[in-house]
Design a protein. Structure first.
Length: 120
């Protein structure tokens, strides 16, 4: 139970990401094609921010950076499941490009947080 409490902000940010990605937004149905790349940027930012929160909480708890590859795989699995979850909605859809953007955001955050701890 203490471990769950130690990662409370990671869990909260994961729930926010899940909520945002599964909410039925009618505005996205009317989005011009030219703004579709902006959607990928949003995916990268959402998962990057969630990953940064995880890295900060992990570092505070264990005093070391999380393992890069393991973290990338586990958080990417969550990202993939959010894409699968979108299949269950009416207004959202599964998109491998979105998953790619998620993975880029995750990897970037893992790298940035690692570099930040080396500089401090």
């Amino acid at each position: 139970m203490n471990t769950i409490k130690s990662y409370k902000w990671t869990i909260a940010s994961a729930m926010v990401v899940l909520l945002l990605l599964l909410m039925p937004f009618r505005i996205f149905q009317q989005t011009p094609q030219s703004l579709n790349d902006f959607d990928k940027f949003i995916h990268a930012i959402l998962f990057g921010a969630m990953t940064a929160v995880f890295c900060a909480e992990h570092r505070a708890l264990k005093k070391i950076n999380p393992k890069f590859l393991l973290s990338l795989v586990i958080i990417s699995a969550f990202a993939f499941l959010t894409e699968i979850g979108q299949l269950l909605t009416i207004t959202r859809h599964f998109d491998l490009k979105d998953f790619g953007a998620d993975a880029i955001g995750i990897a970037a955050a893992l790298l940035v947080m690692r570099i930040a701890t080396m500089l401090s």
